[in-house]
Ligand binder design. Structure first.
Ligand code: SF4
Length: 686
């Protein structure tokens, strides 16, 4: 990173970094205030930094909810720098990782006048595998001209890149099918048996991470690594005793996905393709592999065809297979669905077992009279076949009551079966909170109704310090919560029409410049279709462009209105008047028919004691509150922003849980049900 000596060198040199007080960096007149134009002292940020540093130095866990505008990134980065131990910083997305590395760290380096040892690591599939590249070139199998060109670009780049990070290939399209053949994902890696091990980008990244003081990862990589530590693949991250999770409200689902078992038609196809392309010198052993291979090809084709017939979308099956979020993408799986003679799963498992056996035999070659050579590529294929066999049996038989079994069709050609732990708390308690000395969880949305109890119980965090920092924004002056008085219940047939009329009236007040956040894709489309015909503002909808370019278009088009579902409720940062209104169609309760949600709710209903019994109170309501707070967080991003939050769902006024939802929004946020008053306030009419 940049080393840009500042006028503050004398102060920094006068004391070692670990003894530099936080106030000297973040305080009024501190290093950031005096060297970084635009830095503004924020008492909440300093308070947060003190608590984080205390947890990191002393050990022990900490939850910090830092309201929007606290400056939480510096609030945890500065203590991470001042702490004596290696700190892992985990963010929700790759974009946030990049922002920390390319924006916040250079700022801190300039302020502190010294270089920081910070490394960014991404998931392994972001890095080029030199072994796969060499094999791919040897085989020379490229279906089209585009791929010939892409391979040539990648080949040239592989000689010059220091990181092997695919993000450097900015000239190539985002969707690059050839990359799936070349990336360094764990299950294909030969480890120390690889002929390219010494110059491998994963080996280098791991080495750099070992020498760093701060390692920036994302939640996917962190939990993939945590789960891999138990397996024979081993760890990617260096050993650590301190972890900070930003956007920590997201880690339950991410952790659950990495502690899941999964098999897919794509995994089978990839394994078979890799076997077909592997040379086996011994003719007899090659024949045995070919025979076993052919049996797997036939039985896998039967099994996946059968599975896709049984696991039908909601529109074609009974309620049990209903999919969530208005899509037909996923549904519940029972043992009786596929653990049958007709599915042929036992025959497939037997064929996989034979294939693994044949690959294992082929991996050992006699050399001369006494020597034996092992082929790491064949050993890796053997292990993949065994793993698929084991997972197939465990998922299809669906015997473990701690797991929910489900199917997913993420795209028309991809179909997967999964087993996910229903309650991730016990796993995280044992493998994270009991193993790591200090874990800091932070986000703008960790509390529901003023309490951290929900997030802590979901994650298995039994003991922790807690800190709640209010946003420094003046919501009394900057925002209004508008609750339309006359809308019907969202399940009433007239709701959508009434919602459309409210949206049109609101857009007239704010002259467009709004997000319409919806809880289902179907309702998002309905509102979009009806509103766009009647308003003079450009209307955009999720799915028409990639998310990042949609946000750019929204910012560039005067008066634009964006209709979005799940992914727009959080992580979108539009500062200024381009976003002056956030309209929420319904309270964002989790979809009860989603297999994971249904299993979690059932699990809670089956429990007794303080946390058990009432899935709505213990799970659905707090989830909805956190999601609503995230949605509101899109509106006011700076001290000069002004805007309206409108909740079209009347249940916030009519249902007993309404007050708990309202209490979770900022207490100084004025509320109105009168649109004329709203117009006067927004237009500054006295
Ligand atoms: S060590 Fe693994 S990731 Fe690295 S080049 Fe070899 S096979 Fe690829």
């Amino acid at each position: 990173m940049l080393l840009d000596k500042s006028s503050c060198d004398a102060l920094v040199c006068a004391q070692s970094m670990d003894r530099l007080p936080l106030e000297a960096v973040l305080g009024p007149g501190g290093l950031l205030a005096t060297t970084q134009p635009g830095f503004e002292f924020r008492p909440g940020q300093l308070e947060m930094a003190r608590a984080v540093l205390d947890a990191l130095q002393r050990g022990g866990h900490l939850c910090v909810e830092a309201g929007t505008g606290t400056g939480k990134t510096l609030g945890y980065l500065v203590p991470a720098i001042l702490c004596d131990e290696v700190v892992i910083v985990s963010t929700a997305t790759k974009n946030l990782q990049e922002q920390i590395l390319h924006h916040d760290i250079p700022r801190l380096e300039r302020a502190l006048g010294r270089q920081l040892r910070v490394v960014l690591l991404k998931g392994r599939n972001n890095y080029l595998c030199l072994y796969r590249l060499a094999r791919f070139e040897e085989q020379g199998r490229l279906p089209g001209l585009d791929e010939v060109h892409h391979l040539e670009v990648i080949r040239q780049w592989s000689h010059t890149t220091l990181t092997g990070d695919r993000a450097e290939l900015s000239g190539l399209p985002e969707h690059l099918p050839i990359w799936a053949e070349l990336d360094a994902r764990t299950e294909r890696c030969l480890g120390q048996g690889c002929p390219h091990y010494a110059e491998c980008f994963i080996t280098r990244a791991r080495q750099q991470a070992r020498e760093a003081d701060i390692v920036i990862v994302n939640h996917h990589l962190f939990f993939a690594d945590l789960a891999a530590r138990r397996s024979d693949y081993g760890a990617f991250l260096p050993d650590y005793t301190r972890v900070i999770f930003d956007e920590a409200h997201e880690i339950e689902d991410t952790a659950a996905s990495y502690f899941s078992l999964q098999i897919s038609n794509e995994q089978f196809a990839e394994l078979l393709r890799d076997i077909a392309q592997t040379f086996i010198p011994d003719a007899e052993r090659a024949r045995a592999v070919r025979q076993a291979y052919q049996a797997v090809v036939e039985r896998a084709a039967h099994f996946w065809t059968f599975a896709q017939k049984v696991c039908r979308p909601a529109s074609q099956a009974g309620n049990r297979n209903r999919a969530g979020s208005g899509s037909d993408a996923r549904g519940m799986l029972q043992a009786s669905d596929l653990a049958t003679e007709a599915s042929g799963y036992t025959a497939l498992a037997a064929a996989l077992d034979q294939l693994a056996e044949a690959l294992g035999q082929a991996a050992y070659q006699k050399v001369g009279n006494f020597g034996i050579n092992t082929d790491p590529a064949l050993l890796r294929l053997e292990s993949r076949a065994r793993q698929l066999c084991e997972r197939l049996l465990r998922i299809v038989q669906a015997q473990d009551a701690n797991y929910v079994y489900w199917w997913e069709r993420p795209s028309p050609r991809r179909f997967s079966l999964q087993a996910t732990p229903i309650d991730i708390a016990a796993l995280l308690r044992e493998q994270l909170f009991h193993q790591v000395e200090s874990v800091v969880l932070t986000s703008a949305t960790l509390t529901a109704d003023g309490s951290f109890a929900f997030i802590r119980s979901r994650l298995g965090l039994d003991e922790s310090d807690e800190l709640l920092i209010d946003s420094p924004f003046d919501y009394k002056q900057q925002a209004r919560l508008y609750l339309p008085p006359d809308l019907p219940d969202p399940n009433h047939p007239d709701f959508t029409e009434a919602a459309v009329n409210e949206i049109i009236a609101l857009l007239d007040i704010t002259q467009g410049r709004a997000f319409v956040l919806c809880t289902s894709l179907r309702h998002m489309r309905q509102l979009y279709e009806r509103v766009r015909e009647k308003v003079p503002f450009p209307c955009l909808i999720q799915g028409d462009q990639p998310r990042s370019s949609l946000i750019k278009t929204f910012q560039a088009e005067p008066g634009a209105v964006l209709f979005g579902a799940a992914s727009f409720w959080q992580g979108v940062d539009v500062v200024g008047p381009a976003l002056s209104c956030v309209i929420v169609d319904r309270l964002p309760f989790p979809v009860p028919s989603d297999p994971l949600v249904a299993a979690r709710c059932q699990h809670i209903e089956n429990q007794s004691g303080e946390s058990g019994g009432n899935a709505f109170q213990s799970y659905s309501l707090p989830q909805a509150i956190l999601a609503l707070k995230q949605g509101f967080g899109r509106l006011i991003r700076s001290r000069t922003d002004r805007g309206i939050l409108c909740l079209l769902d009347p249940r916030i006024r009519t249902k007993p849980y309404g007050p708990a939802v309202l209490r979770s929004l900022p207490p100084d946020l004025p509320r109105t049900g009168n649109r004329d008053d709203l117009r006067k306030w927004f237009c500054n009419v006295p």
